[in-house]
Unconditional design. Structure first.
Ligand code: PXP
Length: 241
């Protein structure tokens, strides 16, 4: 059975919109675990637009399943990872102007640099994954870095504008899954997956984990509204008019 890793970044996005204390991604992570998540993912971005250092520190102490840290391959992030020891680090490309991670990491040609970056993490017992497009050259390169995992970028599949384009990208993901597994890599999938487009993967074996954030947080906000509004309506209904 594949794992479901829940990304709680966008709980922090709502909190940071007001620079407030809630909603707390740490509490959200606990509820996600109680509801079946097999890992919690956070992306600590250089610009700290959603997840804060405090969140990762608390999550390291409270997450009972596995804590996966998405991060750019920078010295600052390497230091944080070595100090907090998440169960897995996933290297992603980062661009300050992007709304979310836009594409896979460019690994081809940078195998030695990335291997050197990952070596101290491996020594500290931290597993590593590389977020890459399902591109044969990137997958072959990833296998030379010492990372035990790749996360295949499903964003192009999720955002395909028509059924043919979606099917073509789905097949590229399946070929990438096969290639990566033959090279001894464990394969995660993520980005843009939702309650509908994930159904295509129902019969696909060999995926270690699906990494899902936005669709889950978006649904939680909407499905939680009736309870949240009726509670406030009950309070206001008890006031003098
Ligand atoms: N995987 C990676 C590497 C990501 O950067 C993200 C977004 O933070 C996700 C998965 C989750 O994507 P989504 O929020 O679209 O489910």
């Amino acid at each position: 059975m594949p794992n479901l890793a829940v990304n709680v970044d966008h709980v922090a996005t709502i909190r940071q919109a007001r620079l407030a204390a809630e909603p707390d991604p740490v509490l959200a992570a606990s509820l996600a675990e109680l509801s079946g998540a097999t890992a919690i993912i956070v992306h600590l971005r250089e610009d700290r637009r959603h997840i804060q250092d405090r969140d990762v520190e608390l999550l390291r102490r409270t997450v009972k399943t596995r804590l996966h840290l998405e991060m750019a391959a920078t010295a600052e992030m390497q230091g944080i990872a070595l100090r907090l020891a998440p169960d897995l680090v996933c290297l992603v490309p980062e661009n300050r102007r992007e709304l979310t991670t836009e594409g896979g990491l460019d690994v081809a040609g940078r195998e030695a640099v990335l291997a050197a970056f990952l070596a101290p993490l491996a020594k500290a017992g931290i597993e590593a994954s590389l977020f890459i497009d399902p591109d044969p050259a990137q997958i072959a390169a990833a296998a030379k870095t010492g990372a035990g995992y790749v996360e295949l970028h499903t964003g192009t599949y999720a955002e395909a504008k028509n059924p043919d384009a979606r099917q073509a990208e789905f097949e590229r993901l399946l070929a990438g899954l096969d290639q990566a597994r033959r090279l001894g890599l464990r394969v995660n999938m993520g980005h843009g997956l939702d309650y509908v487009n994930i159904l295509a993967f129902a019969g696909v074996s060999g995926v270690n984990e699906y990494s899902i954030g936005h669709a889950i947080v978006a649904r939680a906000v909407v499905t939680g509204l009736p309870e949240a509004v009726s509670r406030m309506a009950n309070i206001v209904a008890g006031f003098v008019s």
